[in-house]
Design a protein around this ligand. Structure first.
Ligand code: OXT
Ligand code: ADP
Ligand code: MG
Length: 587
């Protein structure tokens, strides 16, 4: 028997028994158990969700059968957890919701997963097809499949118990193969209770073989890319979160080091090589974008985060782009790509390394010197700001101590959202290891915080430090109860500046507060205490340092309300230029 066949026949499916007409006992299974067995067979052993009709019993049975089921307070947070679980593990993260409203709550996260190229499966219970299709007003009636379709990579509905194996196999393949993304799986209530012969059920399950097959680049594409690289006088490598996702860490490090080229990590690619690496150009960002002549993108898109590869941020110098991506349609999406390399990053990087041979010429010294000089200038400009004693604290004072804590604990996972709270943290806190920085991603979405924090520790066993703007935290704040309930080693630091961007806006027109301000002096730490966690208020860098170190040492759920000067931030952080009013002012 092959290993796969053995695993399948060993799958301990919970069965029911009934006597047939001749008095023989027949072993039976049902939809509930077949879904559980199909998940386990494919190594999907964690579910993030919210219970309710028609999936409550399914959650209970899954938990009984050894699947870890984490119940959240809101499906969107469970969805963000599943999405980041996909990023961290390269397996689809599973989110489980009830019908219509629960499904819709999960849908934002599914769209986010698709946008960010994270594999995820949203499994939602749904109402009776016959009633939904005739629009007769069923409980939570909604044509969920039709609604999900445009927001994900693929959407499937399973109507019959015998199709569960195939249905789940299709969902897994769609989520992880090629460019990863979100998949919707519609599970009508009636499916769960459908009964079938246990042996036939067992045989109907599918263990997906080679779910994300290697995609080997064409040798001509590799040659072309190497020719362009060789012609470079001022080369740059940009590492994106696709490179972090690919888990080809050693090969990427070898390529960067062999090339001798400066590299710029996108936000979630920080740490793929340490930010302190001599070739890291993170602190010379504008210089390398503006001055480079050849740019090799590895798992990064030329979208808004890279000014679409054109315009003033990219300077006057003509540029040639090499792009490594698994998605052929990504090429030429914004500017011409001189050397497209289509394939999976592991295979592409390995082929490039081989093609570079033993004596690759390092880039001209004047280019490396110019980049390093800019980097050192920026680093030394920032240094004094990180040790200031302003009262109340500004972002830099608070981040100065958190930066040291991450340096001392490079295995901890940093979750980060907000505007100023995001942008300053990204710049100040160096990362040392791959996939340790998780944040708002391609959409800049607020609300990923607690879901990501929960999944990050559940999936990796590592402690989490979540640095949150006070507004950002509010989108998922109720999940601190979830963190306490599951006793997770998560330390949340809220940069509390009394509002969105700043806490200083005033509404001159009425007694209502301005639209961007919150209750001044709010004590977010008390929320954590309400659920048995540790709450601390920190007004100085020393207090902050002590509280975070204690939390990281103890592993106890902790929330620190770090009081930040309400005037310290700026509108929209570093992307204020995207506000329409700011564009108008420029005209
Ligand atoms: O080279 P130069 O000289 O230019 O310098 C650069 C680097 O070289 C240098 N640097 C360094 N110097 C020294 N040392 C080191 N180590 C170093 N590293 C870098 O620093 C500069 C800057 O570098 P950076 O940051 O790399 O470069 P830059 O130019 O900023 O990069 C451009 C971008 C675009 C790549 C970058 O800015 C980026 O990644 N931005 C992401 C921005 C983003 O996604 N923001 C979130 C969305 S904002 C807004 O939409 C918000 N909302 C609305 C909303 C959202 N989003 N979602 C939902 C569901 N609903 C509503 C809301 C409600 S934010 C928000 C809440 C905000 O309030 P909070 O209370 O939460 O937060 P606070 O603002 O704190 O109050
Ligand atoms: P960033 O925001 O960090 O710039 P993006 O999300 O824009 O990153 O880009 C990630 C890119 O990585 C996507 O275009 C995606 O197709 C690609 N990608 C993801 N996984 C792989 C992989 N294993 N091999 C090749 N490309 C990948
Ligand atoms: Mg704020």
């Amino acid at each position: 028997m092959s290993d796969a066949a053995k695993k399948k026949s060993d799958t301990a499916i919970d069965t029911l028994a009934r006597k047939d007409q001749s008095g023989e006992t027949q072993e039976l299974t049902d939809g509930f158990h077949l879904i559980i067995d199909a998940l386990k067979l494919n190594g999907l052993t964690t579910i993030y969700g919210v219970p309710g009709i028609p999936i409550t019993d399914f959650g209970r049975m899954a938990q009984t059968s050894g699947i870890r089921v984490l119940s959240f307070r809101h499906e969107q947070n469970a969805g963000y957890a599943a999405a980041i679980a996909g990023f961290l593990t390269k397996k689809p993260g599973i989110c489980l919701t009830v019908s219509a409203p629960g499904f819709l709550n999960g849908l934002t996260a599914l769209a986010h997963a698709t946008t960010n190229c994270f594999p995820m499966i949203l499994m939602s219970g749904s109402s009776e097809r016959e009633i939904v299709d005739l629009q007769q007003g069923d409980y939570e009636e909604m044509d969920q499949l039709a609604i999900a379709k445009p927001l994900c990579k693929a959407a499937y509905r399973i109507l019959h118990a015998e199709d569960i194996g195939i249905g789940l196999a299709r969902a897994i393949r769609a989520a992880v193969s090629g460019r990863p993304g979100g998949v919707y799986l519609d599970l009508p209530a009636k499916l769960f209770g459908q009964v079938m012969d246990a042996e036939a059920g067992r045989k109907s399950l599918v263990e997906v073989i080679d779910a994300a097959p290697a995609q080997i680049p064409a040798p001509t594409a590799i040659e072309r890319a190497l020719d362009v690289l060789k012609s470079a006088k001022r080369p740059l490598i940009i590492l994106g979160k696709g490179a972090a996702y690919a888990q080809a860490d050693d090969a990427i490090k070898a390529l960067v080091e062999k090339s001798g080229m400066p590299f710029l990590p996108m936000s979630m690619a920080k740490g793929l090589l340490p930010d302190t690496h001599p070739q890291c150009a993170g602190a010379a960002r504008s210089t390398v974008l503006r001055e480079s002549d050849v740019v090799m993108m590895i798992g990064a898109r030329l979208n808004w985060l890279l000014s679409h590869g054109k315009g003033k941020n990219w300077g006057e110098a003509p540029k040639k782009f090499i792009q490594i991506d698994i998605e052929p349609k990504e090429m030429d999406s914004n500017v011409e790509i001189a050397a497209p390399v289509v394939g999976d990053i592991g295979s592409c990087v390995a082929a490039l390394l081989e093609g570079m041979g033993g004596n690759w010429q390092a880039p001209p010294a004047d280019w490396i010197d110019a980049v390093m000089k800019k980097r050192e200038d920026n680093v030394s400009k920032m240094a004094p700001r990180l040790v200031n004693n302003n009262v109340p604290m500004d972002y830099h004072a608070a981040l100065g101590v958190l930066r040291t804590i991450i340096k001392e604990r490079p295995d901890a996972i940093l979750v980060n959202e907000g505007a100023n709270a995001l942008d300053f943290t990204r710049g100040v806190i160096d990362m040392y290891k791959p996939r340790k920085r998780l944040d708002v991603g391609t959409w800049g979405v607020m609300g990923i915080g607690m879901g990501q924090a929960i999944a990050a520790t559940v999936e990796t066993g590592k402690p989490v430090l979540a640095i949150e703007g006070d507004s950002a935290f509010g989108f998922s704040g109720m999940e601190v109860e979830t963190i306490c309930r599951y006793k997770l080693p998560v330390c949340v630091v809220i940069f509390n500046n009394n509002g969105i961007y700043r806490g200083t806006d005033v509404n001159e027109a009425s007694s209502d507060p301005a639209t961007t301000v919150f209750v001044p002096g709010a004590r977010y730490d008390k929320i954590m205490e309400a659920f048995g966690g540790v709450g601390v208020e920190a007004t100085t860098p020393d207090e902050l340092k002590r509280a975070v170190n204690e939390a990281m040492d103890s592993g106890k759920p902790t929330l620190i309300n770090a009081v930040i000067d309400p005037a310290a931030g700026s509108e929209s952080g570093r992307i204020g230029n995207l506000n329409p009013q700011s564009a108008l002012k420029k005209k």
